[in-house]
Design a protein around this ligand. Structure first.
Ligand SMILES: Cc1ncc(COP(=O)(O)O)c(C=O)c1O
Length: 473
């Protein structure tokens, strides 16, 4: 497609569509009504031989693609972790696509690399992290976590980078310590790095779903006594199910005393540390070797943008760098970020974070996060005030776990009722909620995190959920 006056018209048309969409998102059912295979059946099995008109493509986008969308950017998306792409960041994404930068080396776009350095320096200050932490952008927390684990493995000095692991009788069994509340990407990382699922130790938790530090110490000491080698312990600040936070300060003492890498997963809750009243969430993580925060979860930046902060970027570089003959980079004193992870090519992700931070300012971001936390607390108050409902876990942030508990039902019937409430509510289409299992029991979750969610949206959500429960009990 050439760039001509038509391009401008089409861009204006797309801009108008986006504006309508963001203003009127509430008219869409949050959870797509699509049935499996709907879109596949509606599209031709083979590609077009000749190019088609923009009108035809855009018509099909509206007619076929949009109905198959579950609207994550909807103010009444209360499932999983609620996210949102601020309008200004959508513009930044369009600009990044227009530039089509591959920021693999500093010289392949100096501004992309240096904007990443500057913006993550700002983010580090906003989170109150010490200057010793160096931030790098990856696509997701899963890849950030994998990368941190790879650096942890390299730090053991076992020469795995050069010699691998297979067939080596000199290697100890490597161990990673998590809890049953830790996000599954850590276990996936352990699989990919040759640690093996068997060697991912699930440390027991307390009544509030937090790692028990004395149990971690015991597991580490037991492994060390048996010749197994601790590779990393992972503490979560804001777990996926309940947003509980492991006691990072106590865990830090234990890992430090045994010289074990501590990775802190603050993918969801990390952004809350920009609030003075929640600054202490990340304070104990200052001594960690690595820490992940996801601006694409709760800083209004569109997916995907995850930030890994590491204390020793040189170690990370040593873990991954390979000098290919066709990628000469003569500049010194610059970052060539292809050296800091698996991927060579890198999108210009820093641009959208820069737009977001500049456009909201720290105070604007704080106001939104504070609002979300306040709404979640208000919702929890409504639930707690009802006789046949209960709060299922502490809710310090913007997620509430709760369940209907009608009298005279056994556990299985209560679980079935809550599962049925969720299905009923989601079929209604006006809101979307998700569930989890806590101590084997089915529990509903309400997550607030979209910048356009209002108190009326949360009031409506509670009305819909309560009505569903009354109807189904
Ligand atoms: C605590 C935590 N860590 C990591 C992840 C994985 O995030 P991503 O989708 O960026 O890989 C999640 C996802 O919800 C999460 O809740």
């Amino acid at each position: 497609m050439s760039v001509d006056a038509e391009f401008r018209d089409r861009f204006a048309r797309v801009a108008a569509w986006i504006e309508d969409y963001l203003r009127e998102t509430r008219r869409y059912p949050v959870l797509s009504r699509s049935q499996p295979g709907d879109l596949i059946a509606a599209l031709p099995a083979a590609p077009p031989d000749e190019g088609e008109s923009f009108d035809a493509i855009f018509r099909d986008f509206e007619r076929l693609i949009v109905p198959g969308i579950t609207h994550w950017n909807h103010p009444r998306f209360f499932a999983y972790f609620s996210i949102s792409a601020a309008p200004v960041t959508i513009l930044a994404e369009a600009l990044a696509a227009a530039l089509d930068v591959n920021a693999m080396l500093w010289r392949t776009s100096p501004a992309a690399t240096e904007l990443e350095d500057v913006t993550l320096g700002w983010l580090r200050q906003m989170l109150g992290l010490p200057p010793a932490f160096h931030g790098i952008i990856y696509d997701t927390a899963s890849i950030s976590g994998y990368t941190a684990l790879a650096a942890a493995r390299e730090s053991l000095g076992l020469d795995i980078r050069e010699r691998g692991m297979a067939g080596r009788s000199d290697l100890p069994v490597l161990r990673v310590y998590i809890t049953d509340q830790t996000h599954s990407h850590i276990e996936k990382g352990a699989i990919a790095l040759g640690v093996g699922r068997e060697n991912v130790v699930k440390v027991p938790i307390d009544d509030d779903f937090r790692m028990r530090p004395e149990a971690l110490a015991q597991a580490l000491d037991d492994d060390i006594a048996h010749g197994r080698r601790p590779m990393a312990a992972v503490a979560t600040v804001g777990t996926t199910s309940t947003t509980s936070s492991d006691p990072v300060a106590a865990i830090r003492e234990i890992t430090r005393a045994r010289n074990v890498w501590l990775h802190v997963d603050a993918a969801y809750a990390g952004p809350a540390a920009i609030l003075p009243e929640f600054r202490s969430l990340l304070d104990p993580a200052h001594g960690a070797e690595s820490l992940v925060v996801n601006p694409h979860k709760w800083l209004f930046v569109p997916i995907d943008l995850s930030v890994l902060f590491v204390r020793d970027p040189e170690l990370l570089r040593r873990t991954f760098s390979l000098a290919a003959v066709y990628l000469v980079a003569p500049e010194t004193g610059v970052h060539n970020y292809m050296d800091y992870g698996l991927q060579l090519g890198r999108r210009f992700r820093a641009l959208k974070l820069w737009f977001a931070i500049r456009s909201y300012g720290v105070h604007g971001l704080q106001e939104h996060l504070r609002g979300h936390i306040a709404l979640a607390q208000e919702f929890a108050g409504w639930v707690a005030a009802e006789a046949e409902w209960e709060i299922a876990a502490p809710h310090p942030l913007s997620v509430v776990c709760y369940r209907a508990v009608p009298a005279g039902r056994d556990d299985a019937a209560v679980d079935a009722l809550n599962a049925a409430i969720m299905e009923d509510v989601n079929a209604d289409g006006r809101i979307f909620i998700s569930s989890t299992k806590l101590r084997g029991r089915t529990v509903l979750r309400l997550a607030i995190g979209n910048e356009r969610t209002t108190r009326e949206d949360v009031v409506l959500a509670w009305e819909i959920i309560r009505e569903a429960a009354l109807r189904l009990r």
